[in-house]
Write a protein that binds this ligand. Structure first.
Ligand code: NAD
Ligand code: IPM
Ligand code: MN
Length: 356
């Protein structure tokens, strides 16, 4: 038997609800096979912080780093909760994991599945991935305020972009485009940001010479939001910086039938550190604890996790079960658990047939 060590971080709000269903699916797709997941639960997030004052201890980080792979639900409390100082959970936990584990490829695929109630009237076949840089940009924390709280306050946040960091994520995006429909779109803001027409565009031009089969184009981020709504079928691979990628992928989730369907992987392609898979959405305090969350994003994140571990056949079974579930939706409300159970039932069914 092949055993993978899985770190589970259910987190806050709907995180534990969707992770419970994702784990059921993982168990179903590995049941009776030679693949096994040994799971360790980590209690982390706003809940743990409010109880103990810990965000992510060195021991937590070391223990998580020792795993093969990570599945995270969502972390973060109610936005604006005065007991949570600023961005301490998001920065001190989620971003700390992404940075410490060098998750420089934040992979966020979008597919409009058959039968999905997408707000787009006519969209053709939509299947693209956003390769969002995960360790740099305005996210690094290179900012602050002086004369804070006075009428003379000066606040700034400097976007950090290194040639090394841009090149490695751009090369990864080209490789993915080469294995797909061979189109890469750089999304940035070269008309305003002084470095992006330099560093980002130059690196794309240079790496393009190694991938002559990939067609390259460029969109300003504002225009990219137009085409995501009016012509999303034009996209194959989008490569972009950390902040633009964050914003574009919530929009991509919304156009593809809802943020409850959008999966992601925080990938360390070098394999030096464990990669981390999580839905694109957050802890959704507005629906938490009510079994209203769609667990599909977490379940599709399990498919990305399986792909990452080289378990392609299992990933396909998860995706096929999700596609079947989405196609069968008729608009009547289901609980988080009912959606998980329906997907598990589809996964379990063919295995029963073949064993008889
Ligand atoms: P959110 O994604 O949690 O919620 C936005 C909207 O989408 C809400 O109306 C919510 O009900 C809905 N939604 C989200 N997931 C859903 C699902 N699976 N099924 C159905 N509806 C769903 O974004 P927010 O409200 O801006 O953030 C809430 C908290 O989550 C904040 O603390 C934020 O920092 C944090 N957050 C964490 C992550 C993460 O852990 N990866 C990601 C985004 C936001
Ligand atoms: C996401 C989230 C995070 C991000 C926040 C919570 C730090 O919005 O995973 O998309 O901005 O990356
Ligand atoms: Mn986001």
């Amino acid at each position: 038997a092949r055993t993978f060590n899985l770190a589970l971080i259910p987190g806050d709000g709907i995180g534990p609800e969707v992770v419970a269903e994702a784990v059921k699916v993982l168990d179903a797709v590995t049941a009776g096979s030679d693949v096994e997941f040994a799971k360790t639960h980590f209690s982390l997030g706003a809940g743990r912080y409010l109880e103990t004052g810990d965000v992510l201890t060195d021991d937590d980080l070391a223990a998580i780093s020792g795993h093969d792979v990570i599945l995270l639900g969502a972390v973060g409390g109610v936005p604006g909760d005065p007991r949570l100082k600023g961005a301490n959970i998001e920065r001190g936990l989620l971003l700390k994991l992404r940075f410490a584990l060098d998750h420089y490829v934040n992979l966020r695929p979008t597919t409009i599945y058959p039968g999905v109630p997408s707000p787009l009237a006519a969209h053709g076949e939509v299947d693209f991935v956003v390769v969002r840089e995960g360790t740099e940009g305005p996210y690094v924390g290179n900012g602050g305020s002086i004369r804070a709280g006075t009428p003379h306050e000066i606040a700034n946040e400097v976007s950090v972009n290194t040639a090394y960091g841009v090149e490695r994520v751009v090369r990864d995006a080209f490789a993915r485009a080469s294995a797909r429909r061979k189109k890469l779109t750089l999304v940035h803001k070269t008309n305003v940001l002084t470095f992006s027409g330099g560093l980002w565009q130059r690196v794309v031009n240079e790496v393009a010479t190694e991938f002559p089969e990939v067609a390259v184009d460029y969109l300003h981020v504002d225009a990219a939001t137009i085409f995501l709504v009016t012509d999303p079928a034009r996209f194959d691979v989008i490569v972009t910086d950390n902040l633009f990628g964050d914003i574009l992928t919530d929009l991509a989730g919304a156009i593809s039938g809802g943020i409850g369907l959008a999966a992601s992987g925080n990938i360390n392609p070098d394999g030096t550190f464990p990669s981390m898979f999580e839905p694109v959405h957050g802890s959704a305090p507005d629906i938490a604890g009510q079994q209203k969350a769609d667990p599909t994003a977490a379940i599709l994140s399990v498919a990305l996790l399986l792909d990452h571990l080289g378990l392609a056949a299992q990933a396909v079974r998860v995706r096929e079960a999700v596609v079947a579930d989405i196609a069968a939706r008729d608009g009547s409300p289901r609980t988080t658990e009912q959606i998980g159970d329906a997907i598990v039932a589809t996964i379990a069914a063919p295995a029963l047939e073949t064993s008889h």
